[in-house]
Structures are given as C-alpha cells and as structure tokens.
Design a binder for this molecule. Structure first.
Ligand code: 536
Length: 361
C-alpha cells in the first residue's frame, strides 16, 4: 500500500480518519431513494447500496435518514427513530463492509421541507388527507414554491427533543454497524434552517447572532460525539452558502467548521443551497469544489466535495490539488455503480475486483 506521507494523495490513495480507512477517496453521496415504508429499509436499499460497494467506492453513505417520523422529507424516506429500523440497515452495513467499503449513514431532520410527496408524484407538500403531517422549524415561514406548508415555530422543549432524537439515532446507527456518521445540516433542512438568517427569525438563544443560530447544531454535535465512539469518524454536511447576499456565506461556514472541529467533527461535507427556492446558482462540473477548498484551508479540517462530478480526471485533480479529501458522487453513481472501477482504468490504477468478477475487470 502506498504511503500517504511520502506520495501525493490521489483519488485511489487510502484515507485514514480515526481508526477507519477508506480504500480510496470515492464516496457514494447519500441519496434519497423514497422507497421505504414507515422508515424501514428494504431490498431496494440493500441492492442499491450493496451494488455501489461492489462497484469499488471507498465510502457508501445511506441516504438522509429521519431521526423522527416528522423529520422525514417524504413518507418514503428512511428512519432511525425506532428499534425496528436497525436490523435491515445492519444487513446493508454488513454487506457494504464485506465488499471493502466503509458503511456510512446520514441522519437528518427535514424541518419545514418535511411532509412532501415523492418526487415522481410532483414533490409538493402533502395535506393531512394525503398522509402529510405538521412541520416544525425555527420560525413559522414557509419554504415557498410547491412547499407551501407554514411550519410551526419550535418550542425550546421541542428543540431539546430533536437533539435527543439525533443522539438516539446515532446510537442505533452504531448498533447497526455503521462506521461513519454524518449529520445533515445542509439543503434547507432543520439544522440549516437554524443556521441561516433567511429562515431563523427567533429571538431566543437559538436565533439572532451567529452564536445563537449555530447553537442547536453545536449542542447536538457535542451530544452525538459523546455516544459516537472516539475511534469512528463524524462528518457534518453543510450548505456552504445560501447563494444569497443576505444569507449564510462561505465565511460563516469556515467559522462554523472551526467550532465543529473543536467538538470532534472530523470532516465537513460541503454542499450548498436549498434554503430558499429563489437562489441563483450556476451549476457546472465541480461548482462546489471551491467551498470544500476554502473550508479545508480556512478551518484546517478534512472536507468532502459533491455536485456535478462525473469525470475521473476532475475527481483525481480535486484530491491531488488538496481541494478536498473525499469526492462524493451522486447522480453519476446512479448512472454507473461501477464508476470507481471505470475511473481506475481511466487513471491507470489497478482496482482489486471482487473474486466473482475478477475475470471481467
Ligand atoms: C439535492 N437534493 C438533496 C436532497 C433531496 C433532494 C435533492 C437531500 O439532501 N436529502 C439538493 C442539492 C442542493 C440543494 C437542495 C437539494
């Protein structure tokens, strides 16, 4: 195995964080499958995630998994609010590990963006008659567009309950055998709604100043770190910018990353947007890479980048240039579960195939 200390890291160099080693820098980004019943994982999730571990990724992260039933984006989203959720996820984690990838899971609360219909049914907020539920958020402001529900502003007791829900879900993730935990604080979901001044208009200790808006995420991270073992990595996904002049900025993300690092967070997963529907975003290959780079150098913490990365050369350059430590692929992994194997060939690296496929790769 190559020595990270003496050679330039590249897409196929291993990465060790705490006691966990990724065989390469390629991760399967957590992607909602909208295919669960009552939050319980099934054969779809098993095959979807298992295939991508077989495909050669170093890290496979299970989709945004609700810490409470009302925290699911849609009725088809996964959950970890009960003991019934553990076993099917454990089966997935075991298979992913058996095929050489690290099994990760993202735990989430969707806040005001919860209670939505499945995307292939239009994705609009569901009425009670359609099986929808009351949504909660820092402030009673609707997202807009198809997400018309006005959320109820959370009481302080509810804020504490959500923190406890994250802690309980983290414990269950550990029981299920996951070795990488990510807190979802991006894309306009609950934590992100507290962070952004566009969605947080509270006047208590959870709103107003930067210190107050970051309090919920920091308190939750501290509580989760206490139950998530020292030998396992903890990541946080953020929207590094709201793409609005009056919103959350990259400088805020760097300041937040420093605080999260002090709480024992190992990696910042840098996405962007999703807080408000009217942001102006120019999407192009690697468009979010500068956020991972700025957070990495500004806060001195490992980062992951994600978003519109399809070419092996781009992914490799990102790691070689020290812009991010991990490259997460989302839609490209749906196009090609064997992307890591194909990328290895393109970049002149040898990937060890599963025995079953050895004569083909
Ligand atoms: C991409 N998406 C993210 C989702 C589900 C819907 C699509 C998630 O995080 N669970 C996205 C990127 C950027 C901003 C918003 C949404």
């Amino acid at each position: 195995m190559e020595n990270n200390l003496t050679s330039t890291p590249h897409l196929f160099s291993p990465l060790t964080i705490r006691s966990v080693t990724l065989r390469n820098r390629i991760g399967v980004s957590p992607m909602c499958q909208y295919s669960a019943t009552d939050g319980v994982a099934n054969d779809w999730h098993y095959v979807h995630l298992g295939s991508r571990a077989v495909g050669g990724a170093g890290l496979v992260i299970v989709e945004a998994t609700g810490v409470a039933p009302e925290g699911r984006i849609t009725p088809g989203c996964l959950g970890l609010w009960g003991e019934q959720h553990i076993e099917p996820l454990a089966r997935i984690a075991k298979f992913v590990k058996a095929h050489g990838a690290v099994a990760g899971i993202q735990i989430a609360h969707a806040g005001r963006k919860a209670s939505a219909d499945l995307p292939w049914n239009g994705g609009a907020h569901l009425s009670a008659a359609q099986g929808g539920w009351e949504t909660i958020a820092p402030s009673a402001i609707a997202f807009g567009g198809e997400l018309t529900k006005v959320p109820r502003a959370m009481t302080e007791a509810e804020i504490v309950r959500v923190q406890n829900d994250f802690v309980a879900a983290a414990k269950r993730a550990l029981t299920a055998g996951f070795e990488w935990l990510e807190l979802h604080a991006a894309h306009g979901y609950l934590f992100n709604e507290f962070l952004s001044p566009l969605t947080n208009q509270r006047t208590d200790k959870y709103g107003g100043s930067f210190e107050n808006r970051t309090r919920l995420l920091l308190d939750t991270t501290r509580a989760v770190r206490k139950v998530w073992p020292d030998h396992l990595p903890l990541a946080v996904r953020i929207s590094a910018t709201d793409w609005r002049e009056d919103g959350w900025q990259i400088e805020d993300s760097i300041a937040l990353a420093k605080l999260l690092k002090a709480e024992g967070v190992d990696l910042m997963d840098c996405s962007s947007g999703g807080v408000v529907p009217d942001a102006k975003i120019t999407v192009k290959p690697g468009y979010q890479v500068p956020f991972a780079e700025k957070v990495r150098h500004g806060a001195g913490i490992a980062t992951a980048t994600v978003g519109f990365i399809t070419e092996p050369k781009l992914a490799d350059d990102i790691v070689r240039n020290g812009q991010a430590d991990v490259v997460l692929l989302a839609r490209q992994m749906l196009v090609d579960p064997y992307w890591p194997a194909h990328a290895a060939k393109a970049l002149g690296h040898k990937l060890t195939p599963p025995n079953q496929y050895a004569r083909a790769w």
